[in-house]
Design a protein around this ligand. Structure first.
Ligand SMILES: NC(=O)c1ccc[n+]([C@@H]2O[C@H](COP(=O)([O-])OP(=O)(O)OC[C@H]3O[C@@H](n4cnc5c(N)ncnc54)[C@H](OP(=O)(O)O)[C@@H]3O)[C@@H](O)[C@H]2O)c1
Length: 273
């Protein structure tokens, strides 16, 4: 099998995270990933890293690419797609990690067929990401398998049935780390208010989350069943849970997930051709 030529367009937070993860993949057989970005400062930083080929023109790099990762902000796609279109070909696979950009928009704007739309999340930075993806009908099983292996260098992946489920996973795992940080921030702030140092507050918060996550991961009980186990009547945890219930915190979290999901759908319609 010939070595694969990968081009990542947009080397920001996510594009670079994926490029770094994929560069460790044995699939590349030591080949460097190509990176294209409009930011001169970014390009200089990437040159300094020394692990990527810096691509200075789409005209030179795009026609040679087998797999193209699209990682710019959705509002940048109009100009980008216009610049890319003359240099694409129907054999190439386009993998989008952009929120709310539909497969059909990518196919029509670039005049291509093979598109994989994915939704990663921030912990991909440390190989602990959760990425959902869905493929267009024109992507073969072996092509999807290959792209999946590349994306797995940043964490866990799951193939979902359609783009609606990508928008749904945007609300859950895509935006999800922020919900967890929101909760963590409140606990850190209160810990410090009670007299703990910042370092102590951080450690207590992290270990509390870690412990709860691992219990949920390793046992069959649902989160509610774990709550019932620790929140005995008249006790301290029950007092806390009663306050959360009274504040409708669970309903607010559900509304937050719904809000992110609906925004992803809305962005898809805005960005549609
Ligand atoms: N960050 C997350 O947690 C997360 C999670 C899931 C999905 N995503 C998706 O990932 C995508 C990238 O997000 P990000 O946070 O990585 O963005 P980012 O840090 O802003 O990176 C985007 C990069 O693309 C460059 N760029 C803009 N227009 C370009 C063009 N025409 N050609 C080449 N490069 C161009 C930008 O340069 P300038 O700065 O000069 O514009 C920037 O360096 C977004 O579509 C987002 O929806 C992000």
């Amino acid at each position: 099998m010939k070595s694969i030529n990968i081009l990542v367009i947009g080397a920001g937070n996510m594009g670079l995270t994926f490029a770094e993860g994929m560069s460790r993949s044995s699939i590349l057989k030591g080949n460097k990933i190509n990176i294209y970005d409009v930011s001169k400062q970014r390009i200089e930083e990437i040159k300094q890293m020394g692990i990527f080929n810096v691509c200075t023109s789409l005209e030179l790099c795009l026609p040679l690419a087998d797999i193209v990762f699209l990682a710019v902000k959705p509002y940048n796609i109009e100009i980008l797609f216009e610049n890319m279109k003359p240099f694409t070909n129907p054999n190439q696979i386009f993998v989008s990690i952009m929120a709310g950009v539909k497969i059909k928009t990518i196919q029509e704007s670039l005049d291509v067929h093979k598109v994989i739309r994915s939704m990663p999340n921030l912990p991909a930075k440390i190989g602990e990401g959760m990425t959902s993806f869905t493929i267009s009908k024109t992507v073969s099983k072996s092509e999807a398998f290959l792209v999946n292996e590349l994306m797995e260098t940043t964490g866990i992946t799951v193939e979902v049935a359609n783009e609606n489920m990508i928008d749904a996973s945007t609300g859950i795992s895509g935006s999800g780390p922020a919900y967890v940080f929101y909760f963590m921030q409140a606990i850190v702030e209160k810990s410090m208010n009670l007299g703990f140092t910042e370092a102590e507050a951080k450690q207590m918060t992290i270990q509390t989350f870690n412990g709860a996550v691992k219990l949920y991961e390793k046992h069959k009980e649902t989160p509610n069943e774990w709550i019932e186990m620790v929140a005995s009547k008249g006790g301290t945890t029950r007092a806390a849970i009663d306050i959360l219930d009274k504040g409708h915190v669970k309903e607010s979290i559900i509304q937050a997930v719904t809000g992110a999901f609906e925004r992803a759908v809305e962005l898809g319609n805005v960005n549609a051709k």
